[in-house]
Design a protein around this ligand. Structure first.
Ligand code: C2E
Ligand code: MG
Ligand code: MG
Length: 707
């Protein structure tokens, strides 16, 4: 409570030279006014120019903490607390007397040491007949004012929460709304003021809502429920409404306080949102985003230690096969199980994340300082993971085997620049190339090899247009050495590196997808060659075998493209033989349908590199195959390794019993040919006859044979 600053001062100087009767009256008045002042709820005191206290009322004495005798007529009260408070007042008085402020705030202490906020005002008084001025001060307690202001601030903050809040009178007329309420409803706070809450929420279907709410408020003081409300733009939305009836303490009536939650717009709780944003919904492992956060946390935290961390990039080797053969539900089961095995293979403090379809990352955050030892530790963890992941997966009534390839990249905490994830990814690809179920640690040499690889990939992309590719032809001969057909083998006439063999670039083409345009080019080039040979009496019977990559074959457009090229070229399609590999035999039905469509044209099929894959007898029977091609690895060792000899003999026997032709590749010696011939193999290909030759040389070779 603020006093009126225009307080009449009452300071009666003793010993004035007035009429004695008048003086007596004045003294009596002085006592009366003094008593009156002592009843005031604020403090007041007067000091003369020299700082002597000439008057002080009761409330001021209580607050300052001294008796009237201890201060009256003195410049400073007796007693520590009172003296300290008096000094505070003196400092305040000084500021007021400088005339800068009409009122100042200060804090004086009570006997418990607790500070009390006070306001101090000054009223200077010039008294007639006196040379010196009197300074009258009014002191008032600010405790309550400050508390109310703080409460108002808190209420305002609470009011502006993320929940829509609206206060109405007890008729439902809106008095006040917060910004969230305005945002949800689409109206401004001004536009909402004076509107009827019940008209806003009583949409079709809930016309009794107002009566329901009032009844419930009367019996329970609160109503809660789901409502449908219309936004300003007309859109109807679902909200959770909570209404409380609050009686004013000053008995000014009842208010309704309304809380509004928009559950149609965002009904996902915060933790669910973060679960979706940072965790993989299938395995519940952290996702790539979370992993990156964790990684940058580790890399940016400046630690004194030089401990190494390692990132293991893990890719399942034949995951695609399970999706293709057993469906996505089985694939999902396998991923969940793989994630579980990974979690169990590492410490709780390490991070296991799923970063792609069948790709996982393990982040080992603390290893030893010595890089060699750290590499050793990370490799041990990698090996353990390989062992665990390679164990058979028991999935819904069947067992599936699936190994993994791991790339490891080491990093130190000082290593801010390193793209650890990309390096581990590169190392993983290297592991895949060197054979599955293996791991590879990233090093600088690998970085160079990889950049060379990506350069080559770029150049290969232009090779087709720049006419740098060429087909070579390797003869395929019958038992008496006569060339009956040729395998078309790709060569790349690189502008600076000379002739490059397919071993160096077919994998790049397959991984980059370039194999699709390249494969089409090979087919159309072979067709052109056949067309050219058609005009020659000796060449017109020569067939061409063409290698087809799995990536090409699985393209949905493969069949149509093949038909278009072959039919468009106008050649006899039976002059073409496609060499497929056993990796294409996974989705047997799909493969068969595609093969049959192409077979209808007249094209034949051979199964290349036979014996190195896992094709089953049943798949061989189902497919429209013409020929099995014994892989050169068996041929080259069959005379020295009894095991390979058995494989070769078995393949030949099997081919015969299935009614298939059999050809052996990689023949280098007469002995090999004799052995194969004696066991019933009738077609041969290899350096024994000729390496792959440019078309004109192949032409000359065929012409040179005795016809
Ligand atoms: P492939 O289809 O198994 O081809 C046989 C490979 O063995 C050829 O290597 C051939 O030159 C080589 N070779 C033939 N006779 C002998 C021999 O007596 N001794 C030895 N040591 N090797 C022999 P090349 O030309 O380097 O081709 C390698 C692979 O590249 C091929 O294996 C094939 O898978 C792939 N390839 C070649 N051309 C194409 C193509 O146009 N498209 C596709 N998708 N792949 C191709
Ligand atoms: Mg081949
Ligand atoms: Mg082969």
């Amino acid at each position: 409570m603020q006093p009126n600053a225009a307080v009449t001062t009452m300071d009666f100087a003793p010993g004035s030279e007035l009429d004695p009767t008048f003086a007596l009256k004045m003294a009596a008045l002085e006592v009366q006014v003094g008593a009156l002042y002592d009843l005031m709820p604020f403090g007041t005191y007067t000091v003369s120019d020299d700082g002597t206290c000439t008057h002080i009322n009761h409330q001021a004495l209580v607050w300052i903490g001294c008796s009237r005798d201890a201060i009256l007529g003195k410049t400073c009260p007796v007693g520590t607390l009172a003296a300290e408070n008096w000094q505070v007042l003196k400092r305040g008085e000084k500021q007021l007397r400088q005339g800068l402020l009409a009122e100042i705030e200060l804090t004086i202490k009570d006997e418990t040491g607790h500070g009390r906020p006070m306001g101090l005002r000054l009223k200077d008084v010039d008294r007639a007949g006196e040379s010196s001025r009197r300074h009258c001060f009014v002191l008032f307690d600010l405790t309550e004012t400050k508390r109310t202001k703080a409460l108002q601030r808190i209420a305002a903050m609470a009011f502006e929460s993320e929940v829509g809040i609206c206060v109405t009178d007890n008729h439902g007329w809106v008095l006040e709304t917060n910004h969230t309420f305005a945002r949800i409803t689409g109206y401004s706070n001004e536009a909402l003021r004076g509107r009827s809450l019940f008209s806003m929420i009583s949409l079709e279907g809930n016309t009794h809502l107002e009566a329901d709410i009032r009844a419930r408020l009367a019996s329970h003081g609160v109503w809660e429920g789901e409502i449908r409300e219309r936004r300003k733009g007309g859109e109807v939305f679902t909200a959770w409404l909570s209404v409380s009836a609050i009686a004013d303490r000053a008995d000014a009536g009842t208010y309704f306080v309304v809380w509004l939650y928009d559950i149609s717009a965002n009904n996902t709780p915060q933790d669910e949102i973060s679960q979706l944003a940072f965790y993989d919904s299938l395995t519940q492992l952290p996702n790539r985003r979370k992993l990156n956060m964790r990684l940058s946390e580790i890399l940016t935290v400046k630690t004194n230690s030089s401990l190494h961390g390692a990132l293991l990039f893990i890719d399942l080797d034949n995951f695609k096969a399970i999706n293709d053969t057993r469906g996505h539900a089985a694939g999902d089961q396998l991923l969940i199980e793989a994630g579980r095995r990974l979690r169990h293979a590492v410490r709780g403090s390490d991070t296991v994340a799923r970063v792609g379809g069948d790709e996982f990352v393990v982040l080992l955050s603390t290893l030893v300082a010595d890089p060699v030892e750290a590499t050793h530790q990370a490799t041990l963890v990698g090996k353990e993971i390989l062992t665990r992941l390679a164990k058979p997966y028991k999935l819904d009534g069947f067992i599936f085997n699936c190994s993994a390839s791991i790339g490891i990249s080491l990093f130190s905490h000082a290593d801010l620049e390193a793209d650890v994830l990309q390096q581990a990814d590169m190392a993983m690809y290297q592991a895949k190339r060197t054979g599955r179920n293996s791991l590879c640690v990233f090093d600088l040499e690998m970085k160079e090899a990889i950049s060379a690889y990506s350069n080559l990939e770029q150049e290969l992309g232009q090779a087709v247009h720049r006419d740098e590719l060429e087909l070579f032809f390797q003869p395929q001969c019958n038992f008496d050495g006569r060339i009956v057909s040729a395998e078309a083998l790709l060569r790349w006439k690189h502008p600076t590196r000379g002739l490059i063999g397919p071993q160096e670039f077919i994998t790049i083409a397959e991984e980059s997808g370039l194999i699709l345009p390249i494969g089409l080019w090979v087919l159309s080039e072979a067709c052109k060659q056949i067309k050219v040979w058609d005009s020659d009496a000796i060449m017109k019977d020569i067939q061409i075998a063409i290698n087809v990559s799995a990536g090409q074959f699985k393209q949905p457009a493969f069949v149509d493209e093949v038909i278009e090229v072959i039919v468009g070229s106008g050649i006899d399609a039976s002059r073409i033989k496609f060499e497929l590999t056993e990796s294409m035999m996974h989705s047997i039905d799909e493969t068969r349908v595609k093969m049959e469509k192409i077979r209808e044209l007249g094209v034949r099929f051979s199964l290349d590199d036979f014996g190195t894959g896992y094709s089953s007898l049943s798949s061989l029977i189902q497919l429209p195959l013409e020929q099995l091609k014994i892989d050169q690895s068996f041929v080259s060792h069959m005379l020295s390794r009894p095991g390979d000899q058995i494989v070769v003999k078995t393949i030949i026997g099997m081919a015969h019993s299935l009614g298939l032709e059999v050809i052996a590749e990689g023949l280098e010696t007469e002995d090999q040919k004799d052995f194969l011939q004696s066991h019933g193999c009738s077609l041969y290909q290899g350096y024994l006859f000729s390496p792959a030759l440019p078309a004109y040389q192949f032409f000359a070779l065929v012409q040179s044979q005795d016809h």
